[in-house]
Structures are given as structure tokens and as C-alpha cells.
Design a protein around this ligand. Structure first.
Ligand SMILES: Nc1ncnc2c1ncn2[C@@H]1O[C@H](COP(=O)(O)OP(=O)(O)O)[C@@H](O)[C@H]1O
Ligand SMILES: [Mg+2]
Length: 256
């Protein structure tokens, strides 16, 4: 059975998609069989893996609303061992359409129950909101990985995220845990970055990964080429740090 991790933060632009694509591709390159689920109607994870959204016929929409078998939705990617359930424009209406459906919060969980057991990890890239798509991710996941950008308002909104996680725990998914918190886009030339890191560590202690992802131009370029950082520039600082993060992640997730 795969371990399912939702990459979640209701803020946009904090590094969710970069973390989802980088972590899942690094795990795959290390030999773990992974599925990346693109749950954001913007489809950045889909295009970040070189899949053209316009050519996507079936997306995660078909799992949530049409309840198609998940095996019919899985695509292979440019990375060995990494598979994708893509997003496309159809997903943008999903939250509204799901409202009237039975078991609307647990559609993704239900879909993932029939996932081939040879998968080691499922990584879900969440949209930047607390709608039904994110609730589906949190209901279907074993844990949540939270990227936080090293900026002034980093902690703002975090208490709301923790509240939402606790609500899901109380009502829909009792065993949901916080996998970890990763600080992203750090710029160590500014005092602010260190202050924010200290502040987040004070609040979340050992949940915060030791590895900090720096601001790195190569990381921002890679999606434009439809490649994860390890295929775009494996010697970049961004690639090195995401590899370190993956090692740290694996310390807490021993598989065989
Ligand atoms: N460590 C980083 N250094 C530089 N640019 C980054 C880094 N992480 C993400 N980016 C860029 O910042 C933007 C937002 O990141 P993204 O991962 O898409 O965030 P989210 O999914 O939370 O909206 C994207 O253009 C991305 O390429
Ligand atoms: Mg994103």
C-alpha cells in the first residue's frame, strides 16, 4: 500500500508544486514507484512534467466526478518510476459540481483505494484554497507536507491551515498527520529569512525539516522546460537541496 502525502498550503506561490514535482521525481529516481496527483485546476504539476494540458483527455476530474477506475487515468512521465494523474481545465468546475454529490469529500480516497499496490508513494499537489479539492486531498492522505515561503507573512494563515487539518481529522480522516514543514525560497542574504525560519521552528519544532530550499533561478526555470529540476540541471543548488530534503523525508518513511 502506498503512503499518500498531500502537499498543502492555501497560499499560492509558496512552492507547493515545485516541492510536489521535485520530491516525487527524486523519490522515483531513487527507485520508489510514485504517483503524482495534480489536484490544481491550474495544472502546473502536469505541465511541469512535460505533459501538455490541452492534450489531456482524462484528468483527476474523471476520478472525482465520473468515478472512472484510477488505472485508466494514470500517465507515465519523463521520469522513470514516476506516474501522473493530470489536471486540466475540466477540473476548474469540479468544486461546484462536487457539492451535490454523495460522499463528496472522500471521492479521491475512494479512487486511490484501487491503486495498484506496487506504488510506494502518492504525492498530491493541492490548489491554493480550502475548497472541496483540498478537502479531498486531506481526506485521502495519510499525511500533509506544508511548504512555507521564507517571507514576512509566512506564519499568517498557518493557524487556519492547522485548524482545517484538525477539522478534517475530527470529521473525515482521524489518522491524518503532519508529515513535515519545508521552508522554501530562502534568501540568506536577508535577515528576514533567518528570522522567519527561527519563528517557524519555534512554533513547529521538530516538524520542520532541517533542509531549507533556497531561492534558486534554475528551480524557477525548470517548469518552463517541462522538466523536473533533476533532469533540467541536476548540479544546481535547487536540485541538491531537494535531494537532501528527499533523503530527510525517507528517514521517516522506510519502505522496501
Ligand atoms: N526555491 C525556489 N527558487 C526560485 N523559484 C521558485 C522556487 N520554488 C518555486 N519557485 C517558483 O515560484 C513560483 C511559485 O512556486 P510554485 O511551486 O508554483 O508554488 P505553489 O504551487 O505553491 O503556487 C513558480 O514560478 C516557481 O517556479
Ligand atoms: Mg501550485
Amino acid at each position: 500500500m502506498a503512503k499518500i502525502i498531500a502537499i498543502c498550503n492555501q497560499k499560492g506561490g509558496v512552492g507547493k508544486t515545485s516541492t510536489a514535482v521535485s520530491l516525487s521525481s527524486c523519490l522515483s529516481l531513487e527507485g520508489k514507484k510514485c504517483l503524482l496527483v495534480d489536484l490544481d485546476p491550474q495544472g502546473n504539476a502536469t505541465s511541469g512534467l512535460g505533459v501538455n494540458k490541452r492534450n489531456v483527455e482524462k484528468s483527476v476530474y474523471h476520478a472525482l466526478l465520473e468515478q472512472n477506475p484510477i488505472s485508466e487515468l494514470i500517465l507515465s512521465t519523463c521520469v522513470k518510476n514516476l506516474y501522473l494523474i493530470p489536471s486540466n481545465d475540466a477540473l476548474s468546475g469540479t468544486e461546484v459540481e462536487l457539492v451535490g454529490e454523495l460522499g463528496r469529500e472522500a471521492r479521491l480516497r475512494k479512487a486511490l483505494q484501487s491503486l495498484d499496490p506496487s506504488f510506494d508513494f502518492v504525492i498530491i499537489d493541492c490548489p491554493p484554497s480550502f475548497g472541496l479539492l483540498t478537502i479531498n486531498a486531506l481526506t485521502g492522505a495519510h499525511s500533509v507536507l506544508i511548504p512555507i515561503q521564507c517571507e514576512y507573512y509566512a506564519l499568517e494563515g498557518l493557524s487556519q491551515l492547522v485548524k482545517t487539518i484538525n477539522l478534517v481529522k475530527d470529521n473525515l480522516n482521524a489518522s491524518l498527520e503532519i508529515e513535515g514543514i519545508v521552508m522554501t525560497m530562502a534568501d540568506f542574504r536577508t535577515n528576514l529569512t533567518q528570522e522567519v525560519i527561527d519563528e517557524v521552528r519555534k512554533h513547529f519544532g521538530s516538524k520542520v525539516y532541517k533542509t531549507i530550499i533556497p531561492r534558486n533561478i534554475r528551480l524557477s526555470e525548470a517548469p518552463g522546460f517541462g522538466k523536473p529540476i533533476f533532469l533540467y540541471d541536476k548540479d544546481s543548488e535547487g536540485a541538491k537541496k531537494y535531494k537532501e530534503l528527499t533523503k530527510e523525508f525517507l528517514l521517516f518513511n522506510v519502505t522496501n
